[in-house]
Each structure stands twice: as C-alpha cells, then as structure tokens.
Design a binder for this molecule. Structure first.
Ligand code: GMT
Length: 376
C-alpha cells in the first residue's frame, strides 16, 4: 500500500552550471509542484533555482574558516546541515545528486540521526564515477557510500555498467534518465525576429568548458565547416578551459565569426536559434545539453562515447561520432547545414523522441514511486 501523503524531501546538489545541479533543481521544482515539501541543499543558491512556491525552499550549508584547516571540511558541514534539517523538518528522505561527497555526507547524517530513520537515495551523474570517485583519493569512501545508500540510480545504462565495473559494486541500480520540459524547451517561434544579426547558419556549443568537453574539437570542426559554407559559432558557458579556447580562436583568426557568450540564465531562449548543437565530449554519461537541443528541435552532433548513444539516434535525430573524428563531425555538420530539409526533419524527429522518452512527467513519476517505496 502506497499512501500519497506529500513527502518531505531534502535534495543535495552542486549549485554550479554542471548538469547534475540543473537536474536536481528541476527535480525539486517538479516535486514541489506535485505537492511534496522540498528543500534544496547546497553551499550557495543553484543557478536555475527560482521559486515562488511555499513548499520549495533552499538551505544554505554553513561552513567555517579556521586557520588550522588547509581544506574546509565541507562534508562535515553538509552532514551537520542535513542532520539539523531532518530534525527540524522531519525529512522523510534525503536525495544526494553526485556521489562525491554528497552520498557520504548523507550517510553520516543518517548514522547521527539513528534511531530516527532517514533513507538515502544517491543519483550518480557521470563524472562522480568516471573522473572523481574512482581516483585513489576518493575510491573507498565513494564506493562505501554507494553501497550504503538505500537506493542508487544512474542517468544512463552506460553509467550503470561503468559504476559496476569501475567501483566493483554488485547491488541493484535503477536507471532513471534525465528529463525535459517540452513547454520550456521548444522550437523557435518563426514569427519572432532572430537573436543573431544575419542569416548565417549557427553552430552552438554549450558546456562548462572542462577538458572532458573537448572544446578545441568544436573550434577545429567549425574552421573546417567554414571552408565550405559561411557559418557562425556561438559558445555558451564558462570553465577552466575557456582562456585556452579563446586563444585557439584568435590564433586561427576566427574571432569575427565566433561569439563567446559566457554563462546564460535562460538557455531555452537561445538554444532554438541554433541550426546545430555540437558537443564532442571525450565521454558523456547522458548529455543534458543534447536533450535540451532535441526538445528545441535542433539536431545534435555528439560523442559516441558513453550514454549519449541512449539519447541521440545516429542519423535520425543527430549524429554520433568518435570525439577524435574531426572529419566525420565536419561531414555530419555540412550534411545538416547545407540541407534545410535535413535539419528540419531531424529537428522534428528529435523533439518527438525527446518528449516520448524523456518527458518530465514520466521521469518525475519514477522518482516519486522510488521515494514512496523506501520512505519510513
Ligand atoms: O559534465 C559535467 O562536467 C558536469 C556533470 C555534472 O555532474 O554536473 O555532468 C554529468 O551529469 C549530467 C547530468 O546528469 C549529464 O548530463 C552529463 O552527461 C554528465 N557529464 C559527463 O558524463 C561528462
């Protein structure tokens, strides 16, 4: 028997522009709209967090500077925060997005609170397994915290397999993919004037400019495309590799055709202006930008490494290429940009596929069912 009384859920996430924080914020908002009482927990307000709902709030984790600390022990402060929230609000569940260190802090809070129960759900997003959790400095604590979670979910089947293999865990893992709101991300309204000054086709790249995003390949593919057709490149986001990328653009003399836009709040308004989104990551456990592009009716060329193959259908809604295959990506880009009918048909099929497989209602229902199976 599953009663449908609203739950009190604490959602722990990173506030920055990474996909995991965006998924966690959108999940919190959707759950609150459905009637649950949700507190988003982080060290600063997540970028997409805007709430006017009385049952959705934000808890800012307080840390302390102390001269003895070389590193701030954020995990301890987060565990203390979850514990006090669970006591004051009577949390039914805590949901950790990104294992390192959120799953560990949640586990610690659960131990402190006993005998009060606090089931822990951990959602793995990708780099918490592929780049961080498997490093010697984090391996044992990450693996332990995943094993001790009451439920573990991953955003793709590929990440599930990767987690089993890399962390040597043999526990049930539920795949709950990322989701999209088709009322927010939708194709461009052709009656509205374009955001960009001329009619040149637009290639767009959106990321947090980390090495794994392989942004130099975006610039190189753009350079090759421009040998055949006029085009404009729009880069959105910021991160550690950005200065190097700007240098590469300058060295190649492409600065007049590249617009470097930085972090944007309303990505849903800019994305539909693209004719093509290019995300040639070294790997991508899901690829949230690719899903946002599909819903906006924009074809995607992305990596064939990782879970992106579960989002994009090669040759149907976009193209999947080896991230080192610059010529293959260039050919695919020209196929889309030279033929408006190809672009339109792929965009149409992409939106249909996004809404059919990753609609916000379907996916939120899966999280709600999971919570109701484990709540005390
Ligand atoms: O990709 C990043 O650098 C950020 C990272 C994160 O955790 O914020 O993104 C991961 O989670 C996203 C949301 O589930 C996925 O869409 C991304 O594919 C995944 N990134 C990688 O696997 C590289």
């Amino acid at each position: 028997f599953m009663s449908d009384r609203p739950l009190r859920i604490g959602i722990v996430c990173y506030p920055s522009s990474g996909g995991s924080g965006i998924v966690a914020t959108d999940l919190a908002l959707a759950l609150a709209r459905g009637g649950d009482q949700v507190t988003l927990i982080s060290y600063t307000r997540p970028i997409r967090f805007r709430s006017s709902l009385p049952n959705l709030d934000f808890f800012e984790v307080q840390t302390e500077h102390y001269p003895v600390f070389h590193h701030q022990p954020y995990t301890l402060s987060l565990a203390a925060g979850i514990t006090s929230l669970a006591r004051t609000k009577g949390l039914d569940i805590v949901h950790a997005h990104y294992a390192v260190p959120h799953a560990t802090a949640a586990y610690l809070a659960k131990q402190i609170l006993a005998p009060q129960e606090l089931p822990v759900v951990t959602t793995l997003h990708g780099t918490d397994i592929t780049l961080v959790g498997t490093r010697p400095a984090f391996y044992e604590t990450t693996r332990f915290s995943i094993l001790k979670s009451d439920r573990v979910t991953t955003v793709s089947h590929w990440l599930e397999a990767e987690t089993r293999a890399k962390l040597d865990v043999d526990i049930p893992i539920q795949v709950i993919p990322n989701f999209i709101d088709g009322d927010i991300f939708k194709p461009r309204d052709s009656s509205r004037p374009r955001c960009f000054p001329d009619d040149r086709p637009i290639i767009m790249h959106i990321s947090n400019f980390r090495k794994v995003k392989n942004v130099p390949a975006v610039i190189e593919v753009f350079r090759r495309v421009r040998r055949w057709i006029p085009a404009r490149l729009v880069l959105i986001g910021h991160g550690p590799e950005r200065p190097k990328v700007i240098e590469q653009i300058r060295e190649l003399g492409l600065q007049d055709d590249v617009l470097v836009m930085g972090l944007q709040n309303s990505i849903e308004q800019i994305l539909p202006e693209a004719d093509l989104v290019l995300t040639p990551s070294e790997h991508e456990s899901f690829g949230l930008v690719a899903l946002e592009a599909l819903a906006s009716g924009v074809p995607v060329i992305t990596t064939n490494m990782g879970g992106a193959v579960e989002v994009i259908e090669d040759g149907v809604t976009g193209f999947l290429r080896d991230p080192r295959d610059l010529e293959g990506m260039t050919e695919a880009a020209l196929k889309i940009l030279k033929n408006p009918t190809v672009k339109e048909e792929m965009g149409r099929l992409g939106r249909a596929s996004a809404l059919k497989r990753f609609s916000i209602d379907t996916i939120i229902r899966q999280y709600r069912e999971l919570y109701r199976e484990i709540r005390p």
